[in-house]
Design a protein around this ligand. Structure first.
Ligand code: IMP
Length: 424
């Protein structure tokens, strides 16, 4: 019987620490496959005292013998991609040997980035807070059936196709009154595209099917988070792809029946970068304390992340939409030293209390909190303090799935597997 595909994804607004968990569990898998998003993502991994940030390349790249696939649902910026390759090679990582790219993955053009900037500028106060990597416009060209795909790199008329699309983009940029000399961008793009021809392009749906038939274990790695999903996130303050588990099916060509475990990653608190609703946001010193303690600054843009308490209705929503079977709780150490911690268990909306994430989270929503005891220092070499265990038990009861992994520090080594949860 063919093996299954496990999915690992963010259960909040992104930046949950997916890269770290993928890296920790990668030895259990033979293939790590990214299924959506692009260089808007920044997956941080720290080991042997060194920090690595990945944007497009799957987080299995540091584990020997693991294949890494960039799936059809991903959008690739050749310039960022080659920069990422150069950084990895400079730190001695053999990245080419086991890296495959789907022919069906779409390509980000410099004019997609320009369109992203123009669209955000036009929105003014209402801007999404995009990472400005060209993600939205590239997915728009994908669904608009205008896009360039990695498979086009193998065609002799690639640059003609490029210029046709750029011409269309220039017309749109004219409507935004956005004019700039993009000659240098085009030269860098053409050079990066040339360099990308040395990578192995595959019909990844067939390649994955072969791997699964051969009994190989596959982990689908998501980017961003459930609440940034184009359909189920806090629209319009979302990204432009399906970040949820269903996205692994369309972003890799995997049938739903092949999906096995769905591992949801969440932080012991909440963060959000960019604009949009965030019911449990802390605007006070405590929010700042969490930001500093958790180093909550964007790994792609450097922007300070907004910080707040854990939001259980939102987490329960993520469990429901994704079919999450187990959770990993990250950055529990960041809350160390607080006498008490708050957890949002419901919302008050128009005078009524509800434990459901409503359609409109933008206005008139007040979190209802439960206060729990805080905890002291955490150490991966020791059992978790009773207060942390009580916090986790509270979460498990509220969302109905076990928390199997707890991260208590940034390094690969700062990770605990909860045997209590495993037994449960
Ligand atoms: P875009 O995907 O760059 O267009 O950004 C859309 C929204 O998603 C913005 O609020 C971004 O801050 C957010 N976003 C995009 N990628 C990430 C990510 O990897 N982590 C956290 N937020 C992200």
């Amino acid at each position: 019987m063919a093996a299954q595909v496990d999915v690992l994804l963010g259960a909040q607004w992104g930046d949950e620490g997916k890269g770290k968990v993928v890296d920790v569990i990668a030895p259990d898998y033979q293939v790590i496959a990214r299924f959506q998003g692009g260089p808007n993502a920044g997956h941080t991994l720290i080991f042997d005292g060194k920090k690595h940030v990945l944007h497009t390349i799957p987080s299995g790249v540091f584990r020997p013998g693991v294949w890494n696939l960039v799936g059809n649902g991903v959008v690739i910026d050749p310039v960022t991609f080659m920069r990422e390759i150069a950084a990895l090679e400079a730190s001695g990582v053999d990245v080419r040997e086991r890296l495959l790219i789907s022919r069906r993955a779409h390509i980000i053009l410099p004019t997609h980035r320009a369109l992203d900037a123009a669209s955000e500028a036009e929105k003014g106060q209402e801007k999404i807070g995009s990472t400005l990597k060209g993600i939205g416009p590239t997915y728009m060209d994908k669904t608009g059936r205008n896009g360039l795909r990695m498979g086009d790199l193998e065609r002799p008329d690639l640059m003609d196709r490029y210029r046709t699309l750029v011409k269309k983009h220039e017309r749109l940029l004219g409507l935004y009154d956005h004019h700039a000399d993009r000659t240098a961008d085009e030269a860098a793009w053409a050079e990066a595209v040339k360099a990308m021809r040395s990578f192995r392009l595959v019909d990844s749906e067939h390649w994955l099917d072969e791997q699964l038939r051969a009994g190989k274990r596959v982990l689908a790695e998501g980017a961003q988070g459930t609440l940034l999903d184009i359909d189920f996130g806090t629209y319009p303050f979302v990204t432009s792809s399906n970040t949820i588990s269903a996205g692994a099916c369309t972003g890799l060509g995997v049938p739903p029946g092949r999906i096995g475990k769905v591992i949801g990653i969440f932080k012991a608190y909440s963060t959000r970068v960019g604009s949009g609703p965030f019911p449990t946001e802390l605007h006070d010193d405590l929010g700042e304390r969490i930001r500093q303690a958790g180093n909550e600054f964007g790994s792609t843009t450097g922007r300070p992340r907004r910080c707040g308490w854990l939001d259980l209705p939102a987490l329960r929503y993520a469990v429901m939409i994704n079919g999450i079977t187990e959770l990993a709780m990250m950055k529990a150490d960041v809350l160390s030293g607080l006498d008490h911690v708050q957890v949002c268990t419901a919302y008050r909306v128009d005078g009524t209390v509800t434990d459901r994430l409503p359609y409109d989270v933008t206005t008139g929503i007040t979190p209802v909190y439960t206060e729990l005891a805080g905890w002291g220092a955490l150490d991966a070499g020791r059992e978790l303090p009773a207060e942390t265990e009580a916090y986790i038990a509270f979460i498990e009861r509220a969302v109905g799935v076990p928390v199997r992994i707890v991260s208590v520090g940034p390094d690969r080594a700062h990770t605990l597997v909860r045997t209590a949860a495993l037994a449960g």
